[in-house]
Design a protein around this ligand. Structure first.
Ligand code: HEC
Length: 149
């Protein structure tokens, strides 16, 4: 879901659509991507501080809940990026849970092989799919050891 609906504007993996080569769409799209990345670049998530990531997760929950993201001019053209009501719920809950887990990770002392080793979930109902697992694992490592691999 993050891949489909958010990554074009919030990561370095932008797939430039055909119309982005046609003015004035070209500068409109460029601006959205540029601004989107400035606010949140999921490709640079690792470089964000704990506080910044906490804040962004809260922001994700809120922009999704309020229907502010993905931007309307984008979903008009990328129909499959539009979030259904169910998608919205999943993404919202995910961001909130993620945020809580991040905080909790600071306190958890993991035992080998337990769920506390940072591999928790990432299963059905998780919006980030392959992304979510890496995301959470890094989150955990960083919170716990101050490093990200
Ligand atoms: C068409 C490009 C585009 C897409 C797609 C998009 N965004 Fe954004 N996003 C932006 C821009 C531009 C801004 C900054 C301008 C603004 O705040 O309105 C932004 C800002 C944000 C912010 C910061 C809000 C704040 O208050 O600072 C968050 C969080 C966010 N987007 C989350 C998402 C999520 C989650 C998705 C997918 C569900 C998504 N965005 C999809 C362009 C996009």
């Amino acid at each position: 879901m993050l891949n489909r609906s958010c990554m074009d504007c919030h990561s370095n993996r932008t797939v430039w659509p055909w119309y982005s080569f046609v003015a004035p769409m070209s500068w409109l799209v460029e601006r959205d991507v540029h601004e989107g990345r400035t606010h949140m670049n999921l490709s640079e998530w690792d470089q964000y501080t704990f506080e910044k990531r906490q804040k962004l997760l809260a922001d994700i929950a809120s922009v999704v809940k309020n229907g502010e993201m993905p931007l309307q001019q984008y979903t008009l053209i990328h129909r499959n990026a539009k979030l259904s009501e169910a998608d919205t719920d999943v993404l919202y809950t995910w961001a909130r849970v993620q945020r809580r887990r991040m905080k909790a990770a600071l306190k958890v002392v993991p035992t080998k092989g337990s769920k506390a080793d940072g591999t928790a979930d990432g299963g059905a109902g998780s919006p980030g799919l392959e992304y979510e697992k890496r995301f959470w694992r890094r989150e955990y490592l960083r919170a716990r050891f101050g490093t990200a691999q």
